[in-house]
Design a protein around this ligand. Structure first.
Ligand code: CTP
Ligand code: MG
Length: 578
């Protein structure tokens, strides 16, 4: 309930609709409540005395009031819809912005599928509750009390009937609500699971096919699918009891009325019109109780959803900008001072790493898989924060810079290349959407991507499929390098970015990188020793520690690990470019 109240702040811009809705509803209900009385008058005054004038006059009043009532009801519906749609747009937008502010660590901890459900289905649940509340919150109690009062005024002697029937119905409805509410919470959880399964399967559909696991995946999906359907049907079955039960109590009411008043009509103590009118009021009262029960169920569903939405809002972005960010005039000097780094309380993956990359230098990082190379470079653009020690750019701790300033001048080609659907040009321009075509081409040339891009069917305007589905691994990597180059980085980080590129093309990329402005510091992770031969400095990383540091020649002489890697890959025939 508390989270529902917190979400209520998103209704504030729509307060006029929310105020107007109940007023319009009240108008509609009052006009509706008049109808049975008017019918009574037609029967008792008009028809009984064969007074056609009276029938027509009252009939016209009925038409007028019901049109007015309908207009009230319609405008109420519009108000409710406006408020709930506005609320939905705002909450979804706000959730999306929140997720954008999440750090890598936040995202490591969140399931994509769950985030999707929260942004879509959960918001819809709350929206539906808002519509229902605005449409029924006033209508149900007003109809209930109004029709009871009007009924009793119509025929006080029959007042005992609703007093018997209402508690019976109330008990039944309370039972239904009590059973259905937890069922709907479970439905929501199952929907979550279905979304997760779908998400994961679609993201990995190529692996599924490669390993011929379609049958397994189908079974997994069917399980989630069936369990959702099962839960929904169960809840639906419980709620389905409501209608027939309602009809039964209503019919009992009608029979009761006829039973106890039939005699009185013959004795002349009651009129037929009164009976019709009373039956009408009684069924309306019973019906409004049912509306209340539906309202309660929907509110319960929405409460569960709003808790899940609020959870996203309550997730503190793991990384904030400093209150007083420092100015950075990028020169490109990167210093690690005794950096230790741990993901999520596990064993440290970096242990006391210290090194310096001077402006314009190329620093290569070599090390076996899992040694901590990606983890190390990810600290420079502050994707994660060091657990202890400091990471400095040009003497400034990266934590005292604004993330935007820092990342605006640290160009990264991540180990896993991610492209977006859109044109090749848009993908290269991703970090600087205002870049000129010439700049895009220059970056693509340096990344040795220009030629293959021109060979694509529509050159730079070729559409890239989702995640770059229609490009080769090496092509994707080169576009990612061009994307990183285009921001004119002071520090360029290439995390294994040439792993899918042949040695010859890689050499050309290296030569192009050598021509970058003198102050661009390059930090290059590589598996191939040919990639690192010409680096100004090579760091050998082993199990989170920098175990050797120097140029190729120095390391060949001093580091047995380096020597081993070198021998295993190249033998002794290859020498650095002069
Ligand atoms: N790791 C982790 N959580 C992450 C990423 C990595 O716990 N979000 C762990 C991995 O299990 C690994 C260690 O951190 O044991 C180092 O990972 P990483 O820095 O990615 O290793 P690399 O040296 O980059 O390995 P590779 O050559 O395979 O890219
Ligand atoms: Mg890595």
């Amino acid at each position: 309930m508390k989270s529902a109240l917190k979400l209520a702040r998103y209704l504030k811009p729509y307060r006029w609709y929310i105020l107007l809705a109940p007023l319009l509803m009240t108008l509609e209900v009052i006009l509706n409540l008049l109808q049975p009385r008017l019918v009574q008058r037609i029967v008792d005054v008009g028809i009984a005395h064969l007074d056609l004038q009276e029938v027509i006059r009252t009939g016209l009043i009925m038409i007028g009031t019901s049109i007015l009532g309908a207009v009230g009801g319609m405008t109420n519906g519009i108000c409710a819809e406006m408020a709930s749609q506005g609320f939905g747009v705002d909450v979804r937008g706000s959730l999306f912005r929140r997720v954008q502010s999440f750090s890598f660590a936040n995202l490591d901890a969140m399931e994509t599928g769950q985030l999707v459900t929260r942004l879509t289905n959960d918001v819809t649940q709350v929206q539906e509750a808002i519509v229902m509340v605005l449409r029924m919150m006033v209508r149900a109690p007003l109809l209930l009390v109004g029709s009871l009062v009007m009924g009793i005024l119509t025929s006080p002697r029959l007042a005992f009937l609703p007093l018997i029937l209402m508690p019976v119905e109330l008990a039944a409805l309370a039972w239904i609500v009590g059973r259905a509410t937890p069922m709907y919470t479970r439905v929501q959880e199952r929907l979550d699971r279905l979304n997760e399964t779908t998400q994961e399967n679609l993201a990995g559909v190529r692996v599924v096919k490669a390993f011929v696991r379609a049958a397994h995946e189908e079974a997994r999906f069917a399980k989630a699918n069936d369990s959702l359907t099962d839960g929904t049907i169960r809840a639906g079955r419980t709620v389905a009891v409501t209608q027939p039960f309602m009809m039964m109590t209503m019919n009992l009411g009608v029979i009761g009325v006829l039973w106890f008043s039939g005699i009185r009509v013959t004795r002349g103590e009651m009129t037929v019109g009164q009976i019709i009118s009373f039956v009408n009021y009684l069924t309306t009262a019973l019906f409004s109780l049912m509306m209340v029960s539906q309202l309660v169920i929907q509110i319960a569903r929405a409460t569960a959803s709003s808790r899940r939405i609020q959870e996203v809002f309550d997730t503190e972005p793991g990384m904030r900008d400093p209150a007083e960010p420092r100015d950075w005039r990028p020169a490109g000097r990167v210093v690690f001072e005794d950096v230790t780094f741990t993901y999520d309380q596990s064993d440290p993956v970096l242990k006391g790493a210290s090194f310096t990359a001077e402006p314009g230098q190329t620093v290569a990082i070599l090390g076996s898989t899992g040694a901590g190379k990606s983890s190390l470079v990810n600290l420079i653009p502050r994707f994660y924060d060091a657990t202890s020690g400091r990471v400095l750019v040009d003497g400034i701790d990266v934590r005292s810079l604004r993330q935007e300033d820092l990342r605006g001048r640290v160009g990264v080609a991540l180990q896993e290349t991610v492209l977006f659907s859109g044109t090749v040009r848009d993908n290269i321009r991703y970090g600087r959407p205002d870049a000129l075509d010439d700049e895009v081409i220059a970056a693509a040339r340096a990344a040795q991507a220009h030629d293959f891009i021109l060979a694509l069917s529509e050159g730079y305007d070729t559409m890239v499929g989702q995640r770059g589905a229609n490009l080769s691994g090496g092509q994707k990597q080169r576009i990612a390098i061009a994307r990183a180059l285009l921001i004119h980085p002071a520090v360029l980080i290439l995390d294994d970015s040439t792993s899918a590129i042949d040695v010859e093309t890689e050499t050309r990329i290296q030569e192009a990188l050598d021509e970058l402005p003198r102050n661009t510091t390059r930090i290059v992770i590589a598996q191939r020793i040919s990639t690192v031969l010409n680096a100004d400095k090579i760091l050998v990383l082993d199990d989170g520690r920098i175990v050797a540091e120097g140029t190729h020649r120095e390391l060949l002489a001093s580091s047995p690990i380096y020597r081993d890697i070198y021998d295993s890959q190249l033998g002794s025939g290859v020498a650095p470019r002069e």
